[in-house]
Design a protein around this ligand. Structure first.
Ligand code: RB5
Length: 156
């Protein structure tokens, strides 16, 4: 399984540790983040991660900035991306099971490395449940595609 990882200057060390952790488990990791602690604009890293996931060059993405918030916002601007910012493993697991998140995000200034590993594991090990959750994910994609949601008009 091939994963893409990206980060800004706030998350260089956490990116390095997560990358090493996943490589030891046998994942192929493409690193599109910065390795410098010089200021680096998080939308660049988020965009790079998101483009590789949206184009299926990677099977999933991990995006880390100071809070995880800015980089998740940037990722979610790319069509086809569902990036979720999580600070604990339960939400990370559910982001795959119910929301089919294809990018997981977190903040290097918010959580520690052990929680970050748990979040990544929870997201990677979970499976999308489909069914009613697929209906809802498709509704999100409908908003993205058309800037409208037909079902919302029907329930006015
Ligand atoms: C950088 O200082 C910081 O703003 C960034 O890492 C992130 O937290 C943005 O959401």
């Amino acid at each position: 399984m091939k994963l893409v990882i990206g980060n800004d200057h706030a998350a260089v060390e956490m990116k390095r540790e997560i990358k090493e952790y996943l490589e030891k488990k046998g994942y192929e990791i493409i690193d599109v983040g910065t390795n410098s602690t010089e200021s680096f604009h998080y939308p660049i890293a988020g965009y790079r991660v998101a483009k590789m996931v949206a184009s299926h060059e990677a099977d999933g993405g991990i995006a880390i900035c100071g809070t995880g918030v800015g980089i998740s916002l940037a990722c979610n601007k790319v069509k086809g991306i569902r990036a979720c910012c999580c600070s604990e493993p339960y939400s990370a697991e559910m982001s795959k099971r119910h929301n089919n998140a294809n990018i997981i995000c977190f903040g290097a200034r918010v959580i520690g490395i052990e929680t970050a590993k748990q979040i990544v594991d929870a997201w990677l090990n979970a499976k999308f449940e489909g069914g009613r959750h697929e209906t809802r994910v498709n509704m999100i994609m409908e908003i993205e595609e058309t800037q409208k949601l037909q079902a919302a008009d029907e329930t006015k």
